[in-house]
Design a protein around this ligand. Structure first.
Ligand code: MN
Length: 320
């Protein structure tokens, strides 16, 4: 399929390399990865052309400003990332769009930066890489202090992309001795899915029903857990949600194919969420555009659904 829009594609600037974890890579692989993350011209656009990707929606690579312990610096770093991204988009008209970075270390500043990024810099959403680090741990976004920020996200009419990061250091016990499971193999999905469920069961989507979220990796395992989750939530005392939990996932979320180019999983997600809620994505440079495109272009779904997932859902969601 030509003209695809790809919605989870990462970049880094020299200013933000300090937030890219190297723990699980050899020094050489890490250097190469930084090179690919930093390339926003030749190699990347060539690969997009070869893979039928017309436009990539870029986001600052995990863990981004969420890992910054100094709130003031986090605010500055978010603004610098957004300005760098806006400049890249301007240099390559029609090839790139982008998610803003925000520093939720300072929620009112994050609101102001998002408004600036959307209204003045032309960014189309906000991407946050998991919980926000604090000196004694981290904050998840079911915390009521973030409610005004989410109201502003909804008011601006842009999607909130919750991207994975490593679990809190205090929560890594089950992975002890098995570092290969901590990141994108498994830990990322569990961490992000749990975070999403915290947001849903806190009632956030009752308070801000217009809030739209994006998840990568075909929904971080959640579409496969809806039935059992709802059955058990119904039996939970004191939980007071306006709708059954799976409905929030079906009505407030989009999921992308990033890093999960697997036909059986996609078909399951389509049955649970429908073709209007799925977006094509690669997860470059951690995954290869050619592999994603080759799979997606041939995956056995209706052509009308391929068109939605490959392009028109993203056009609608991002107002492209
Ligand atoms: Mn990613």
């Amino acid at each position: 399929m030509q003209g695809k829009i790809s919605v989870e594609e990462h970049f880094v600037t020299p200013d933000h390399e300090e937030y890219v974890s190297s723990a699980w890579l050899s020094a050489e692989t890490h250097r190469k990865m930084l090179g690919r993350l930093g390339d926003l011209s030749d190699e990347r656009i060539e690969q997009m052309d070869r893979s039928g990707i017309e436009l990539a929606v870029l986001s600052l690579v995990t863990e981004g400003v969420q890992a910054e312990l100094d709130p003031q610096k986090a605010v500055t770093q978010a603004a610098r990332a957004n300005e760098a991204l806006a400049a890249v988009i301007e240099r390559h008209p029609g090839r790139f769009s982008g998610f803003a970075a925000v520093a939720l270390q300072d929620p009112p500043a994050a609101e102001r930066e998002l408004e600036r990024a959307v209204r003045e810099l032309g960014l189309r959403g906000v991407c946050v890489n998991g919980y926000t680090s604090t000196p004694d741990g981290g904050l998840y976004y079911d915390d009521p202090r973030f409610l005004p920020f989410f109201e502003r996200v909804a008011e601006l009419g842009v999607p909130f992309f919750l991207h994975p990061r490593y679990p809190l250091p205090s929560q890594r016990g089950i992975y002890e001795g098995r570092p290969e499971l901590l990141g994108s193999t498994w830990g990322f999905g569990v961490e992000t899915a749990t975070h999403v469920l915290r947001m849903i069961t806190s009632g956030l989507f009752d308070k801000v029903p217009e809030l739209t979220m994006v998840l990568g990796h075909l929904g971080e395992l959640l579409p496969f857990a809806l039935y059992r989750m709802q059955g058990r939530l119904k039996a939970t005392a004191g939980l007071n949600l306006e709708r059954p939990a799976p409905e929030y996932l079906r009505e407030n979320f989009y999921v992308s194919t990033s890093g999960n180019f697997h036909t059986a999983s996609l078909l399951g997600v389509l049955l649970e969420l429908g073709a209007d809620r799925v977006l094509f994505a690669v997860d470059y440079p951690f995954e290869e555009m050619a592999e994603a495109a080759e799979w997606f272009d041939a995956v056995p779904i209706a052509e009308a659904d391929r068109e939605k997932i490959g392009r028109s859902n993203a056009e609608r969601l991002f107002g492209l």
